[in-house]
Design a protein around this ligand. Structure first.
Ligand code: FAD
Length: 462
């Protein structure tokens, strides 16, 4: 059965699968976790209402328009081994919308560009002594075979990498990436986080060892819309521009949610936003020990300055910046992955930085961020000129990356909470993998099934 192709938000389309006795589940957040949980529950006959504070679904994988085409606010791609996404697109019968393409990866180090897409590139990577190039290559192959990640829990990435890769590889390759991504938290990052990143990216390869990545025709928004359409078809509601302000609790049971517009009575609530947001919602009702535990997971923010240029900066899709004099950790030329024709011939560049929300760059306006970045771009790409910029956008996300420290498994809260009927499923509970839409889909299905197993149907009255 195919879903209604026309999106009908705030409109209940019943397919006969539901009746008045269907338990009603509210889902806070319309990112990929919330959407997948709703998809999983509505198909089983549950009445579901997604409450999303933004004007569109998609969450961190949400989009904006470039020349009439949707583009992610924050760069997005999948790895070829992102199996939960691939299973979902197969189930939705939209496998043909997934595009696989080889991509070019590079590194900017000591004012130079290095191609790092294939094993051969690594062998010719001059900043490392030849012995260390081989050592690094062996490390990347070996990492993919590690299964017992629990052994890495008690090590920081720094401790582990210095031991297995040596000082030069650490200082030239890994340390700048850790600093660029985690700033002042770099030395605290767990070896588990690092192991998993290298494993995933290293495993996303074509037949000849070249890196391959995947994308969706129409962007991640098109898949989010497709899920939303399916949810509507099965009778679910999606209320956008709707922020949940408060939980309605009686005793230790959640009875409903209060949004910016109304009170909605429900049988259960699934919360998908970042843990500090959930901590604020549960604070009035649960002991402070539990709330403090939710607040123990720290998050970095992210900013992406998205440039629409009238020409290309380079041939590289993904440029890791291993040079601390450049204020962004990545220069991602999206149109070296998806064709510029998709965006009316414009070249799309993301300048990305993870940072504490207290940093100056996070507080800048769009214009300030552009003016701040241009001198650095001119150093990196001497021919670059301000008049190449046709348009630009500056996106910020306060909770974009949990800080995965040593023994992180001990910080992760359970999906069930001390409040009966309240469940949490957030990107900070994804472990040992790191957050990503692939795992949001896995977790969304899993929390949907958990809630379905806990909240049973009541037989309709005769
Ligand atoms: C810079 C960057 C690059 C990334 N690149 C990739 C990539 O290449 N590939 C990939 O797969 N993943 C990538 N990710 C990760 C991916 O976007 C996330 O892991 C995933 O989207 C998380 O989905 P989620 O539903 O768990 O959380 P979110 O997307 O954060 O969804 C939570 C939702 O809750 C809503 N919300 C918050 N508070 C309230 C409230 N009080 N009431 C109602 N709604 C509320 C938010 O608006 C949000 O929509 C990237 C993330 C970032 C930041």
């Amino acid at each position: 059965m195919s879903a209604n192709p026309f999106l009908t938000f705030n409109n209940s389309l019943t397919n006969g699968n539901q009746n008045k006795k269907s338990p009603h589940i509210a889902i806070i957040g319309g990112g990929f976790t919330g959407l997948t949980a709703a998809y999983q529950l509505t198909r089983q006959g549950y009445k579901v209402t997604i409450l999303e504070k933004d004007e569109e679904v998609g969450g961190l994988a949400g989009s904006f328009q470039v020349n009439g085409e949707k583009l992610e606010k924050f760069y997005h791609h999948w790895f070829t081994n992102d199996k939960y996404v691939m299973e979902l697109v197969k189930e939705l019968d939209v496998e043909d919308q997934v595009i696989y393409r080889p991509t070019r990866t590079g590194m900017y180090y000591a004012n130079n560009f290095f191609k790092l897409s294939s094993p051969l590139d690594l062998l010719t990577f001059k900043p490392l002594h030849w012995f260390n190039r081989i050592r690094l290559g062996i490390f990347i192959l070996w990492v993919r075979r590690i299964k017992n990640w629990q052994k890495l829990e008690s090590l920081t990435a720094k401790e582990w990498l210095l031991k297995v890769c040596g000082k030069q590889v650490y200082q030239v390759v890994w340390e700048p990436l850790l600093r660029g991504k985690f700033g002042g938290f770099a030395d605290q990052i767990s070896a588990v986080w690092f192991w998993n990143k290298v494993k995933l990216r290293g495993g996303s390869r074509g037949k000849n060892g070249e890196e391959m990545l995947a994308y969706y025709r129409g962007g991640f928004a098109a898949l989010a819309d497709r899920l939303a359409s399916e949810i509507s078809f099965y009778g679910g509601q999606i209320k956008t521009n709707t922020s949940v302000k408060q939980l309605m609790v009686e005793g230790d049971r959640v009875m409903g949610v209060k949004t910016s517009q109304e009170i909605i009575n429900v049988d259960a609530v699934i919360a998908t936003p970042a843990l500090p947001i959930i901590a604020d919602l549960v604070d009035p009702y649960i002991n402070s020990e539990y709330v403090d535990q939710l607040r123990q997971v720290k998050y970095l923010a992210n900013v992406c300055l998205v440039l629409e240029l009238n020409r290309s900066l380079s041939k590289t899709y993904w440029l890791n910046v291993n040079d601390s004099s450049f204020p962004f950790v990545g220069v991602i030329e999206h149109t070296n992955f998806e064709s510029k024709e998709t965006y009316g011939g414009r070249h799309i560049i993301y300048l990305s930085k993870y940072l504490p929300e207290t940093e100056e760059l996070y507080k800048m306006s769009r214009e300030e961020a552009l003016n701040y970045s241009i001198p650095y771009l001119k150093i990196m790409f001497p021919e670059f000129s301000h008049d190449w910029v046709v348009d630009y956008h500056f996106w910020k996300a306060r909770y974009s990356q949990p800080i995965v420290c040593k023994h992180y498994s001990q910080l992760i809260p359970s999906r069930k909470t001390p409040l009966t009927g309240l469940y949490i499923s957030t990107m900070s509970q994804i472990y040992p993998e790191d957050r990503g839409t692939n795992y949001a889909i896995r977790e969304g299905r899993s929390i949907g099934d958990l809630v379905a197993s806990q909240i049973q149907f009541v037989k309709p009255d005769k």
